[in-house]
Design a protein around this ligand. Structure first.
Ligand code: CA
Length: 402
């Protein structure tokens, strides 16, 4: 019997090792994270769209209905808004909530979502949505406490933002200064963009309780004006604020803009567009030109580049700040792209937008897609950067996400 003892010990260790490996990496185990969300499907295996892009992108969530914003929580789960008014949580303790009084109409509906910088302690979430009032259709920003999968303690942060079938803005984000930035559209009344007393066609800035920061330029919520329809904002590593803006539409579409936002500045709509200049007005950093349309929406900064999503352009655009070069990624591969965010482990995630009637839905649309580090292979600077970031963050990021 004595000679069997080491063999039994070895076998026991081997069984434990194999069982641990199976439990850690089994797809079945991973899908339990999503058990509370019925009509969504988290794809856990590598999922490539075409052979040349194998391993460059990975579909994380499928079957969303006109998603607009995505925010990661610290445990790796995601909050996603859908334009019809649904707030979804994917991952741990997933849920679906219908946001009260959210009205989906044209480009309006439940749009932006932001977490308070101290969300871990106060569970405050901010939502931007279209709603009906006695005065007609308006956009509103509300704060709720998200506790026990319910929205409670509603507080109105900003109301009576002009709304319309089109041009509703809708992005909300907390800036590095701790203030809440809100982007609005001209609500199809272009002259309101030049009116500093109108909330339409603006980037607004408020304190977290909706009150005015003391140093707002005009003594009201307006931070910058002369915007047609801003749907994307982000800050670079120097805390400069960047914004995307939709240019003219219709038969003569084009002149979509990437702007560097200065407090109190006028971005020209509808007086100037494209490369035009006028005293007292800011020209865009770059624009898409008279014949090209990006229809830019959400944006994110990473490693010297401003990334922004293209709806009609059906691409992910990357503007390198130092080289002033614009790169086009994923052209046509996933259809219309609504948003790009920096997620756990500093990885980039995009949100598609093919289910709103303007695009051509593909199988599984709409989706959250992770851009893997291999996406930037061949780009020496970014490959090195991703290698470093993954070395630093990957273990926890992978556990959180899967
Ligand atoms: Ca402009």
């Amino acid at each position: 019997m004595k000679i069997y003892k080491p063999i039994i010990i070895l076998l026991t260790f081997a069984i434990i090792a194999i069982a641990s490996f199976y439990l850690l990496y089994s797809p079945k185990e991973r899908t339990t994270l999503n058990k509370n969300v019925d009509n969504l499907k988290i794809i856990l295996s590598q999922n490539s769209t075409s052979p040349q892009d194998e391993e460059k992108t990975e579909v994380i969530v499928e079957n969303l209905n006109i998603p607009w914003e995505i925010v990661f929580l610290s445990d790796g789960s995601m909050l996603i808004t859908e334009r019809a008014g649904t707030l979804k949580k994917m991952g741990n303790n997933g849920f679906e909530i219908q946001v009260p009084n959210a009205v989906s109409l044209g480009e309006g509906g439940l749009l932006g979502l932001a977490l308070h910088p101290d969300y871990e302690n106060n569970q405050w979430i901010y939502l931007y949505h279209t709603t009906r009032t006695n005065a007609g259709l308006r956009n509103i920003v509300e704060r709720y406490k998200l506790s026990d999968n319910q929205l409670t303690e509603r507080k109105v942060i900003m109301e009576n933002i002009p709304a319309a079938q089109n041009h509703n803005g809708g992005r909300i984000k907390f800036g590095p200064d701790g203030f809440l930035y809100i982007t609005t559209g001209d609500a199809q009344n272009s002259n309101s963009a030049q009116d500093k007393n109108s909330l339409a066609g603006k980037i607004l800035r408020l304190k977290d309780d909706g009150s005015l920061p003391e140093d707002n330029p005009f003594g009201n919520p307006v931070y910058s004006y002369g915007h047609r329809n801003v749907q994307g904002i982000t800050w670079d590593s120097q805390n400069n604020l960047w914004a995307t803006e939709h240019g003219r539409s219709g038969a003569a579409s084009g002149y979509d803009e990437l702007n560097l936002i200065r407090k109190g500045a006028n971005y020209g709509w509808p007086q100037i567009q494209g490369d035009q200049n006028r005293e007292g007005m800011e020209s865009s950093v770059i624009n898409s030109g008279a014949t090209n349309t990006w229809a830019p929406s959400g944006m994110a900064y990473q490693n010297g580049s401003i990334f922004f999503a293209g709806l009609r352009g059906e691409a992910l655009y990357e503007y390198e700040i130092d080289s002033k070069e614009l790169k086009t990624h994923l052209k046509g591969e996933f259809g219309r792209i609504r948003n790009i965010i920096v997620g756990p482990g500093n990885d980039l995630y995009i949100l598609t937008n093919n289910t709103d009637g303007r695009g051509t839905p593909r199988g599984g649309d709409d989706k959250v897609i992770k851009i893997n580090s291999s996406f930037f292979e061949g780009d020496e600077k970014k490959s090195l950067y991703f290698f470093k970031m993954h070395a630093m963050f990957s273990p926890s990021a992978n556990v959180n996400l899967n």
